[in-house]
Design a binder for this molecule. Structure first.
Ligand code: HEM
Length: 468
């Protein structure tokens, strides 16, 4: 991949930056990922940057990135500041655990999100899909311009919370939801703190730091109540051991070997909320961004829906497997607009990967989006063509390298929520296309990629026109 000669980090190029602050002023914006993309254009696939003296290697090479992801948990871990910040907030779960601790967390988490359990959660997904459909029918009657980003967030919040611990929220119908308000305070602060060069909050509590402390306390209180309730339910009803009705119950049932403390159970339930909400709703929003500009794709999703199910929604879990084109739409949206366009790693030991010598402690940013939208790996890389994911229909087998897709990460730590997320997305995309055409109410150029905790489309406004 890289030259045969050993590459040392010291020899890597850097984009233009300032002496003291380094590349921080350029990076400290709403579109960090695009700054990284510009630097890839300027310096190539491998370069280094620094933020006030803290050095990062940036790689946009898919083979190199894939190898590093696969060398986890032994060779690489997540950027250590992620764990530091989450632990400081009292969160000790699978996302920030490392080494043997991670193995303990990962097994029951992956089990709790297994295909078998997602099947058991399917009625929740259907119920919330029906709610969105009802609401959007009303919107379409009234000609309301819909902020889809907000609506899809409500959809994933309601599903994730019910699946996480059996708590029924009704964010879709704007029911007051203090629990979610607290999470909305916490999530962006994680990102802000992980990327902050100086941990000011440790020396001086600003107003936003005090609000964060209050929100963390409130969330903790509620989740601990849920943990105690779930324990009681399982003792009273042993049948739940065979078929747990939510993630928390599944985690408690799978907990035989892991012996989690209540703090770790709390950490993992919190992690579910953190990892499962924005990622899924933002991908749905990007899907809608493309569907609204491609009526011919909407018609194909609709034709498939009509063939697969006669009801308003794909009413049985087995329908999802047959909704191959709706799945391809989600996949293509993730290729073009991955909501986590970069991942942050750190080397656990001195290691040579693809001729690059990486000393222990090196921090590395894996820029994965560049390859997903590069002509070497996908023909017509910037065009929205779901057909490329359906083998018999792919109009461009010339360049098609699915293995560079990193939307769900890679190696042993790939996203365990992938099956749940895909199920939610396929069901909602199929249902909406079955019932509506979409009209984009703003110019596509005005829809910005905004990176907060994950990357979403800002200013996406759509009207829903009922299918005759
Ligand atoms: C479209 C939706 C989603 C996307 C794009 C996404 C993406 C990702 C990515 C990129 C990672 C990092 C993987 C790595 O380091 O290799 C990750 C990890 C994770 N995701 Fe997701 N995710 C989504 C939905 C979900 C859902 C619905 C859940 C659960 C409710 C979830 C739970 C997790 C967990 C627990 C981890 C940490 C895994 C570990 O460290 O072992 N994700 N996700």
């Amino acid at each position: 991949m890289f030259d045969n000669e050993l590459i040392e980090i010291n020899d890597l190029k850097s984009p233009k930056g300032t002496l003291v602050l380094g590349h921080l002023p350029q990076f400290n914006t709403y579109n960090k990922h695009q700054v990284l993309e510009r630097w890839v254009e300027e310096c190539g696939e491998l370069f280094k940057i620094h933020f006030v003296g803290k050095e990062f290697v940036v790689s946009a090479n898919p083979d190199f990135n894939n190898k590093m992801l696969r060398l986890r948990p032994e060779g690489f871990k997540r950027f250590s500041k992620i764990d530091e910040i989450l632990k400081e907030m009292g969160v000790d779960g699978v996302f920030n655990a490392e080494g043997d601790a991670w193995k303990r967390h990962r097994k029951p988490t992956a089990e709790a999100l297994s295909v078998k359990n997602v099947k058991a959660y399917y009625p929740v997904i259907l119920d919330k899909t029906n709610e969105v459909l009802k609401k959007f029918k009303n919107y379409s009657k009234q000609g309301t311009i819909v902020d889809v980003q907000k609506e899809f967030m409500a959809f994933t919040i309601d599903i994730t919370t019910e699946i996480a611990f059996g708590h029924k929220l009704d964010t879709i119908n704007n029911k007051s939801n203090r629990f979610q308000k607290h999470l909305e305070v916490i999530f962006p602060m994680i990102n802000t703190r992980v990327t902050a060069p100086i941990p000011i909050w440790r020396y001086f509590k600003r107003k936003k730091d005090k609000i964060l402390i209050d929100s963390l306390k409130s969330i903790e209180k509620v989740i601990y109540e849920f943990i105690n309730d779930a324990k009681k339910r399982i003792t009273e009803n042993p049948a739940l051991k065979e078929q747990p009705s939510n993630f928390l119950e599944a985690l408690l049932v799978e907990n035989k070997d892991a012996n989690f403390t209540d703090e770790e159970i709390y950490g993992n339930v919190f992690t579910m909320l953190l990892a499962g909400e924005d990622t899924t709703s933002n991908t749905l929003s990007w899907g809608m961004f493309y569907l609204a500009q491609h009526p011919e794709v909407v018609v194909k999703v609709r034709e498939e829906a009509i063939l697969v199910y006669s009801e308003d929604v794909p009413h049985i879990y087995e329908n999802v497997d047959d909704l191959k084109y709706a799945n391809a739409v989600a996949q293509e949206a993730m290729r073009l607009k991955p909501t986590t366009p970069q991942l942050y790693l750190e080397a656990n030991e001195d290691v040579i990967v693809e001729n690059v010598s990486i000393p222990k402690g090196t921090s590395i940013i894996l820029q994965n989006k560049v390859a997903q939208t590069h002509n070497d790996y996908f023909s017509n890389p910037n065009s929205f063509i779901p057909e490329r994911w359906i083998e018999s229909e792919c109009p461009m087998h010339k360049n098609h390298v699915p293995s560079v897709m990193r939307a769900f990460g890679g190696g042993a730590r790939y996203c365990p929520g992938m099956h749940l997320a895909k199920t939610e997305m396929i069901v909602l995309i199929s249902t909406l296309c079955k019932h509506f055409d979409f009209k984009l109410e703003v110019e596509p150029e005005t829809i910005r990629e905004q990176f907060e905790f994950t990357m979403y489309p800002e200013n996406l406004k759509i009207t829903f026109v009922p299918v005759k």
